[in-house]
Design a binder for this molecule. Structure first.
Ligand SMILES: [Zn+2]
Length: 125
């Protein structure tokens, strides 16, 4: 997830690059109030830790989607000799497994990311 603040001067998004899991950890690392300089307008303002918002990371979503696409492709490639054989009773199982594993990985990663952001946003100090 990524942590963002809106600049008090120009309203543009400022991304906080701290590897924390929740707001309490952010407060421990940076204090309840901290100063931050906006990259857009170069104004430095004081922010409260409760003004920080968490967002799902686009990068994580892209990685998860990559796993879904490439995982399905790789498993499909590995199983190519078994797939689409006429009269193979395991066709359905093979195709199901091929789609299931990467989809499960995709869902676990995106759900975790969503849960992390939600937990951060629901917890106040
Ligand atoms: Zn600004």
């Amino acid at each position: 997830m990524k942590l963002i603040l809106n600049c008090k001067n120009c309203r543009s998004e400022i991304e906080l690059k701290y590897p924390v899991n929740d707001r309490a950890e952010l407060a421990r690392e940076r204090g309840d109030k901290f100063s931050l300089k906006c990259a857009e307008c170069s104004k430095e303002n004081k922010y409260n830790v409760n003004e920080v918002k968490a967002k799902e990371s686009k990068l994580i979503a892209m990685i998860a989607f990559g796993i879904l696409v490439f995982g399905t492709g790789i498993i499909g490639y590995l199983l190519k000799d078994y797939l689409f054989m006429p009269n193979n009773p395991y066709n359905v199982l093979a195709i199901g497994g091929m789609l299931l594993i990467p989809s499960a990985v995709y869902m676990i990663i995106t759900k975790q990311e969503r849960d992390n952001a939600r937990r951060f946003n629901q917890y106040w100090i």
